[in-house]
Design a protein around this ligand. Sequence first.
Ligand code: ZN
Length: 228
Amino acid sequence: MSVAAEILRLRREVAQLHTELTRYGLVAWTAGNISARVPGADLLVIKPSGVSYVDLSPEVMIVCDLDGSVVEGDLAPSSDTAAHAYVYRARPEVGGVVHTHSPYATAWAARGEPIPCVLTAMADEFGGEIPVGPFALIGGDDIGKGIVSTLDNHRSPAVLMLNHGVFTIGRDARAAVKAAVMCEDVARTVHLARALGEPVPIAQHHIDALYDRYQNVYGQPGESPGEP
Ligand SMILES: [Zn+2]
């Protein structure tokens, strides 16, 4: 597929995936954003800044280079574009990045506490705890650096940036959206467990076995569950 055809496909895909963020209650007003790497080019497709979710058509998506400069589009790109671009530069296997302030996961981020791996679904998807990344101000490369340095030491495709919210990665944008949905789901369940008492940890060898099975065996033949 030509780069132009890939951009057209990803404009549609990224626009459509934004409807999942509202469907799962992960975003309020215009917060949150999704991007996708354009295969075969040093480009990404991302949501414009400050546009209502109902107005996010394929045509308004912004194409940027991997330094975050606009290549195609009439609007300013998401204010988190620098963070997305940094992740794509640092991690060539990543094809999609998602950012939300989903409420339960962000409540953990506000307290700076990793979500402990106390559910088999967490072992499956995240391979362990969901870690906390450093406090970083928006604008330069600080958020991107914090995402990458934290995820380098974890199997998790999700990171809770301190006092801020969730960033997830995936082999494509859809996989990164799935990680954002699952992150909020387990953040809520572990929060409820905590409210009732002390959650029971899962032994590391069980976490390893669950993660390996889910990442390599689970699902339909030829279909990956979503890890980059
Ligand atoms: Zn944010």
